[in-house]
Design a protein. Structure first.
Length: 264
């Protein structure tokens, strides 16, 4: 399998399912050509071998493999390399930021992250553009349901369908040990900042507590939630201050001191 790029999709807001359909190609038959202006397409090869051309680059996609067609390309062409090729296509839309790189690169959130909700792990969905399916049976079960929801108008249910699509994304996201460690450290950082937001917190404070370089901690939090520790702390303090202004009779000066602002 050729080297695959990583796709990074913002989860704020979540990607949205559009439609699903099945394509059957015969060897020596006509090419299927698609032009994409704004949609992503998961192309699951359920049977046979598919030749896919994008921007002059040819890729062979084998049975039980996935290739993701991305927006911004002028044209994709594909044709059968074996007697019969069966491809399931899932079309979806990403309203937030996305990028395609050779490494795991976080996407920027289109929605300003709220700090008052519980700490959250990575807010970027990482996918390989070209990958073998690690759980084909579970994936194809969801894909079949999504195609059925598209073709059967009477059974089309928006929220239930979106739920199926989110489960599909969860099965397909790229995970590795480094990413799991990164996520756990990010969660620990967020918990610490929220538990100690009333205190004076510096880069040295975090470095001493986590036994990590301050620059590394900044990188971890930026890569997972898009904010540095200082930005995260400031946003959380401002939201706590707003909540107290709305729900208490405390003065602005008292609130400022309570939420950790040393200079009123």
């Amino acid at each position: 399998m050729t080297q695959s790029a990583y796709l990074s999709l913002s989860c704020l807001p979540m990607p949205t399912f559009i439609e699903g359909h099945r394509v059957e190609l015969e060897l020596g038959g006509h090419k299927e050509t698609q032009i994409h202006s704004e949609y992503f397409v998961f192309a699951f090869v359920r049977r046979g071998q598919l030749i896919l051309m994008q921007d002059g680059v040819e890729t062979t996609v084998h049975e039980n493999e996935l290739f993701i067609l991305v927006p911004g390309r002028h044209r994709y062409s594909w044709w059968a390399q074996s007697d019969t090729v069966l491809v399931d296509c899932i079309t979806f839309y990403v309203a937030g930021d996305w990028n395609m790189q050779a490494s795991l690169t976080p996407a920027k959130n289109s929605i300003k992250s709220m700090m008052l909700h519980p700490v959250v792990p990575v807010q970027t969905l990482f996918l390989r553009q070209y990958q073998p399916l690690t759980e084909p049976d579970a994936i194809y079960t969801l894909v079949t349901e999504l195609i059925k929801e598209t073709t059967d108008c009477e059974s089309h249910r928006f929220f239930e369908t979106q739920g199926l699509f989110i489960r599909l994304l969860d099965l397909m996201q790229t995970q590795n040990n480094a990413q799991d460690e990164l996520t756990q450290l990010s969660l620990a950082l967020q918990r610490y900042l929220k538990d100690h937001y009333q205190d004076k917190i510096t880069s040295k404070t975090l470095s001493d507590h986590f036994a990590q370089r301050g620059t590394y901690l900044v990188k971890i939090l930026r890569q997972t939630v898009g904010l540095s520790p200082a930005e995260y702390l400031m946003q959380y303090r401002m939201e706590e201050a707003s909540r107290k202004l709305l729900n208490t009779d405390l003065s602005i000066a008292d609130i400022a001191m309570e939420v950790g602002f040393q200079n009123i």
